[in-house]
Design a protein around this ligand. Structure first.
Ligand SMILES: [Zn+2]
Length: 665
């Protein structure tokens, strides 16, 4: 007992760790618990030092190990598959903060009469000023901190973005500690050296990766072109001329479309950053898989990966437009659910089941599903809930609000979410009305049920068994695919023979060679086909999917086997109905292998072909022909009852019409 009396820190770190046990994600040794323990460690070590008149600095570095031990014990019920990396990050967060706390205490003891409030106030100030400076004034989604260590990136990136900058930044924390000690003890050489290091370091913040100034970020792009109301940045090495043209066309259209939908225009030129890859975006901004529009920054901007441009640009641009009617300063809404709900409501349809249909389908399976929108609208509910559920329910609700009560009221309610004032009724009543509407949708998209089940069951970070953990084989496969090399894929298959995705990727790469060598002699083709079969064969029957059957069919076709047609049939039977391109490709393969194409699939292929032709005409500049084909495609989709594709064609036809009149202008 007397031991603990002399070391209250042991009790404190124990209680802290036990409290963390109760919070999902924070209950194990990793960055999140590291950030909490680091904050506590700064104040604990500083105040502990002051209490003991600056004696026992070394012990302050030992006490946090108590928390680390308890957070290791929790592995018994909260598995931590990423323990090693978690421990390294935990140490990176905690020990520099202890050093700074100790140094601050020495400084306050010698130079400020040991006044505790100075230590506490400066710690709190650093915790606030750091994130405000980084996130409030820089195009970045991470922040490193001398007290709490840092936040590495957005919550939706389940794979952590670990940039070298975080380690360098924590070294800087030690340098700051050195400077404080130097100042306290009058060691002027130490002061000079540390001050110089800090000056050089902060002047090179961008290249060193400790934060991301806008000008530094823009220097990374080799190419820059401007259009009406926007400026587009991209890497010329990764972006072909036609992709660059597509991106500009996409921007022109969406700027016009949102302008006419919302009746506002962004107050400054929109900076559009088209990143060459998710990894490159992660390196510079901290966001890997999350496309983000930091609406609060002075310069309106979006960050999208170039080859996903058409999928995400319209969504991110809605955020940029919504700055105009958002709150002052942060330019967003007090309700996180309205921010994303508006973007989902106004983004371009993509051919998947519409948000209304997904929610209606889920409500049919689970009685009170749609009531969840009230929780999803609140910031806490939105960010801790399952991403797909939050986005889709709020998207459907906001779209319904806009259609029913008009866009003007939507813009009015957006900033402060005062539904009573704008609509004359509270959210609960509006949600009731919306539920009535959902219950009356006459025909749901064919895929709504399974799609809702699939996407709504994806767990949030707070529900995952092993948050942040990406298995090594997944990482290896991703690298091999990026390297685009057969040898690398072969190596992954050799190391993890049971990894189905790797086998399918390798077989796919070899099957592409197969179609390249169609003109080559039969022996070479048969050899390649045999290789594909050898890779596919070990995959057990119950894990064979549509792609497996397609690849097997292509190999069989090269061997002139009669089984080819039945394999393609199996493949089509297993292909999701909203995978229209795959179904078309497999339908054509069925035809080529001599199988008989059922009439339903034939009209589906026909519609898809017309849609593809329309886009080809559009790209070649024959807009008139593009519009004609699009109308034919739309007609076929209506006939088939494909309610998910009709809105896609509707927008496309609008776009061709606009392009025709714009060209005349
Ligand atoms: Zn968004």
């Amino acid at each position: 007992m007397s031991h603990l009396g002399r070391h209250p820190e042991v009790v404190l770190y124990t209680v802290l760790a036990w409290m963390l046990w109760l919070v999902p994600v924070f209950d194990r040794l990793h960055v999140e618990s590291g950030a909490v323990v680091a904050s506590v460690a700064f104040f604990t070590s500083g105040l502990g030092m002051l209490r003991r008149k600056c004696d026992g600095a070394r012990l302050q570095f030992v006490y946090p190990l108590v928390a680390a031990a308890w957070l290791t014990v929790s592995m018994l019920w909260a598995p931590n598959c990423d323990y090693l990396r978690g421990a390294v990050l935990f140490a990176t967060f905690v020990f520099p903060s202890v050093a700074l706390g100790v140094a601050m205490a020495v400084f306050v003891h010698v130079r400020a009469g040991g006044r505790r409030w100075i230590l506490v106030a400066s710690g709190l100030l650093i915790m606030v000023i750091g994130p405000v400076y980084d996130l409030g004034f820089h195009p970045q989604f991470y922040t490193y901190n001398h007290v709490f260590g840092g936040v590495l990136g957005p919550i939706y990136d389940d794979e952590l973005v670990i940039r070298p900058g975080v380690f360098l930044f924590r070294l800087f924390t030690f340098v700051w500690a050195g400077l404080l000690v130097g100042l306290a003890l009058g060691r002027w050489r130490l002061v000079g050296a540390t001050a110089l290091l800090l000056a050089v370091g902060y002047s090179q913040a961008g290249p060193l990766g400790i934060n991301t100034p806008q000008t530094y970020l823009e220097e990374q792009f080799s190419e820059r072109t401007s259009g009406d109301g926007y400026e587009l940045f991209f890497y010329s090495a990764q972006v072909t001329d036609s992709l660059a043209r597509d991106m500009r066309d996409e921007m022109d259209w969406h700027m016009h479309r949102l302008d006419s939908l919302l009746g506002v225009r962004p107050s400054g030129r929109v900076r559009v950053y088209a990143w060459p890859s998710a990894d490159e975006r992660a390196r510079r901004t901290g966001a890997r898989y999350t496309s983000v529009a930091p609406v609060w920054l002075g310069v309106p901007q979006i960050h999208v990966v170039a080859d996903q441009f058409s999928r995400f640009a319209s969504h991110e641009l809605v955020h940029v437009f919504s700055r105009e009617f958002g709150l002052p300063v942060i330019r967003a809404s007090t309700m996180a659910g309205l921010v994303e709900g508006l973007a989902v409501a106004l983004e371009s349809p993509n051919g998947g089941a519409p948000a209304d249909h997904l929610v209606a389908a889920a409500a049919g399976q689970e009685a009170d599903f749609s009531r969840g929108v009230e929780r999803a609208l609140t910031p806490a509910g939105f960010w801790t809930g399952r991403g797909a559920v939050s986005y889709t329910t709020t998207g459907s609700f906001v779209a319904w609000l806009g259609r029913t009560y008009g866009v003007e009221r939507l813009k009015q309610v957006y900033a402060r979410a005062d539904f009573e004032r704008v609509y004359g009724k509270d959210v609960g009543d509006l949600v009731n009305e919306w539920q009535l509407y959902l219950a009356q949708i006459p025909v749901l998209a064919r895929t709504a049920g399974p799609e809702a089940r699939r996407s709504f069951s994806r767990l949030s970070l707070f529900e995952q068994q092993c948050p942040h953990y990406v298995p090594p084989r997944v990482r290896a496969l991703r690298l091999a695919l990026q390297a685009d090399s057969h040898e690398a894929l072969q190596a992954v298959v050799a190391e993890w023979p049971d990894y189905v995705s790797a086998r399918l990727a390798l077989a796919g790469a070899l099957a592409d060679v197969l179609s390249d060598t169609l003109t080559a002699d039969g022996a070479a083709r048969r050899e390649a086909a045999a290789a594909v079969q050898a890779i596919l064969h070990p995959i057990p029957r119950e894990r064979r999917n549509a792609l497996w059957y397609e690849l097997a069919a292509r190999a069989a076709q090269a061997m002139e086997s009669e089984r080819a047609a039945s394999l393609v049939q199996e493949s089509i039977w297993r292909t999701r109905v909203d995978y229209r391109r795959e179904r078309t490709r497999r339908g054509l393969l069925l035809d080529a292998t001599g199988g008989s194409v059922p009439s339903g699939l034939a009209s589906e292929i026909n519609a898809y072909k017309k849609w593809a032709q329309s886009r080809m005409f559009y790209a070649s500049g024959d807009i008139e022909a593009a519009r004609g084909r699009a109308r034919e495609a739309r007609f076929l989709y209506v006939e088939m009852g494909d309610v998910a594709m009709v809105p896609v064609l509707d927008e496309w036809i609008q776009r061709t019409t606009w392009r025709l009149t714009a060209d005349i202008r």
